[in-house]
Design a protein around this ligand. Structure first.
Ligand SMILES: N[C@@H](CCC(=O)N[C@@H](CS)C(=O)NCC(=O)O)C(=O)O
Length: 201
């Protein structure tokens, strides 16, 4: 398998999951500006959407969309327990969490990165994000991980997007449960290895 990634973007989530699972994979870096891979290929020919993450299977098929990729990976090694079994109530809870992260946090932060959006408009998006962070903090005050007592693919994704809040001067000191969660996830071997491989440490 090949994981097409760009450092410190949402592709860090499947990257962590690949390392958690101990699956063999190759990392291929993408320049999101030029849409070229570091080995000189046209990334748009691999993923017409032009964004990371993209997972290329050994049969050539390309899977995109982070929440789908991490679930596909977790199901390759169900015994690792990174996703509850398909068809179970707990799996639906995982999908609920992945969708929340994707639409409320990941997409919610998009406008904050956009230089063309005026500061007053950004404030509206930032306020909404802060509301969501408070909700996450309240949930994590009750349990160590997003789904309960065990790390899941939702935590790889949440950790990945929460890292970006630093770009917008959002300090987790005001949300101790999130601060503790970030430390807990950062201390995992898979996470350390993924950050190092992406040259983020
Ligand atoms: N819906 C996609 C969004 C992926 C996405 O936003 N990727 C960003 C990095 S976090 C990217 O590569 N942006 C470059 C671009 O859109 O040109 C997913 O959840 O996987």
């Amino acid at each position: 398998m090949k994981l097409y990634f760009a450092p410190d973007t949402c592709s860090l989530s499947p990257h962590i999951v690949l390392r958690e699972l101990g699956l063999p994979f190759e990392l291929v870096k993408v320049d999101n500006k030029t849409k070229k891979t570091t080995d000189g290929r046209d990334f748009l020919a691999i993923n017409t959407k032009g964004y990371v993450a993209a997972l290329q299977l050994d049969n050539g098929a390309v899977l995109t969309e982070g929440p789908a990729i991490v679930q596909y990976l977790a199901d390759l090694k169900p015994e690792a327990g990174l996703a509850p079994p398909n068809g179970s109530w707990e799996r639906v809870r995982l999908q609920e969490a992945l969708n929340f992260i994707s639409s409320e946090i990941h997409a919610g932060m998009g406008p904050l990165f956009n230089a063309a959006i005026p500061v007053e408009v950004k404030t509206i998006f930032k306020d909404k994000l802060v509301k969501r962070l408070k909700q996450i903090d309240a949930a994590l005050a009750q349990q160590d991980y997003l789904l309960g007592a065990q790390f899941s693919v939702a935590d790889a994704y949440l950790f990945t997007v929460l890292r970006w809040t630093g770009f917008f001067s959002i300090d987790f000191a005001q949300w101790p449960a999130i601060a503790g969660y970030m430390e807990r996830i950062s201390s995992r071997g898979s996470v350390k290895a993924a950050l190092e491989a992406e040259a983020l440490v």
